[in-house]
Write a protein that binds this ligand. Structure first.
Ligand SMILES: [Zn+2]
Length: 348
């Protein structure tokens, strides 16, 4: 009978131990679960911030794209307007508003021509309608005296592009001036004679076109100049009297350039800078930039001397030339070559 409480006590002890063990196990498993959840939460937090970053990047890209889209839309709207202006012009021409357009050499293709087509017509009228009193003009006011003139100049040639430039000039009966650089290439040497034979002015630019070398001193410049001078005379028999400083007379080598100018003028040579730049000296300049730079600035100066290049790689200039010639001839300009009697354009 005494055994019963003992057994009961042992049983209770075992049960208590089992319970404690069970709770301890539960506690342990809960804490490890908590730890796992915390790790997952951290991971989710990281993912979330990464997603937010991606999201803001996408937002920026989206904003950029919409800005570009807007620019393109504006450009398209401009083009649409331009086309409708052209259509209006064509309509007015076909409706007989300009019966005498035969003298104006056809339609216009460039941007600013719409504004000045009436000018062209009046120019054509004054020259083509028979003037019963051709000599009755005050001095300096005859149509011949008031002829608008442009001087196109090409530096750094001759090159493989020169023959195409010459053909385009011929097409518009345009004369120009070529400031040449010496090239050891027989084919290019033939172009020197082509320039002279086709009525353009062959002028000198440099033998080496190396600023460091030619602007080291007056003698260094003259040595270089003599070489390109001899090269041209040997190949053409023509003796040039005009030259252009590489980089223009305002090239930074002030004292040397002043001395050179004095010396060269004493020797009878005349230099020309320019007052309209095509901007084709930079590789980044596009064909339409060149057209715009020339066509929108020629009218701003009295005696436009336009700087262009026909050296190797100046394909954008070659591509721009037909539009430039078309625009300027439509606007009444005559293309003449420079000579010693033309008023000089000097930076100093
Ligand atoms: Zn040059």
């Amino acid at each position: 009978m005494k055994k019963t409480p003992l057994i009961a006590a042992i049983t209770c002890g075992i049960l208590l131990f089992a319970c404690c063990g069970f709770f301890a196990y539960q506690c342990f498993s809960l804490s490890s679960r908590c730890q796992n959840l915390e790790t997952e939460a951290l991971k989710l937090k990281e993912d979330n911030s990464k997603l937010q970053e991606d999201n803001s990047e996408l937002d920026t890209e989206l904003a950029d794209s919409s800005a570009q889209l807007k620019e393109k839309e504006n450009y398209a709207a401009g083009q649409k307007e331009y086309i409708s202006e052209l259509s209006e012009q064509i309509d007015s021409l076909t409706n007989g508003e300009a019966d005498d357009t035969e003298n104006t050499d056809g339609s216009s293709e460039n941007d600013n021509e719409a504004n000045s087509s009436s000018e062209d017509d009046s120019d054509a009228d004054s020259s083509s309608s028979s003037d019963s009193y051709p000599n009755l003009y005050a001095e300096g006011c005859s149509p011949e005296d008031t002829q608008k003139v442009v001087y196109l100049t090409f530096d750094d040639g001759p090159s493989n592009l020169t023959p195409q430039v010459l053909d385009l000039l011929d097409r518009y009966n345009a004369k120009a001036t070529f400031f040449v650089v010496c090239k050891n290439n027989e084919e290019y040497e033939e172009y020197l004679s082509d320039i002279v034979e086709r009525g353009h002015t062959l002028a000198l630019h440099s033998y080496s076109h190396n600023y460091h070398e030619i602007y080291a001193s007056k003698d260094a410049f003259l040595r270089d100049y003599e070489k390109v001078y001899d090269w041209v005379v040997e190949n053409t028999g023509y003796t040039p009297s005009l030259f252009r400083f590489p980089g223009g007379s305002n090239n930074g080598s002030s004292y040397v350039v002043n001395d050179i100018i004095d010396e060269m003028e004493e020797r009878g040579f005349q230099y020309f800078d320019w007052n309209v730049s095509s901007g084709d000296g930079s590789e980044l300049t596009t064909t339409s930039n060149i057209i715009d730079n020339i066509c929108s600035n020629v009218g701003n100066v009295e005696n436009p001397v336009v700087l262009m290049h026909d050296g190797r790689g100046k394909n954008a200039t070659l591509a721009a030339l037909p539009s430039v010639l078309e625009y300027l001839s439509d606007h009444g300009y005559e293309f003449r070559s420079l000579d010693k009697n033309v008023e000089t354009v000097h930076y100093r």
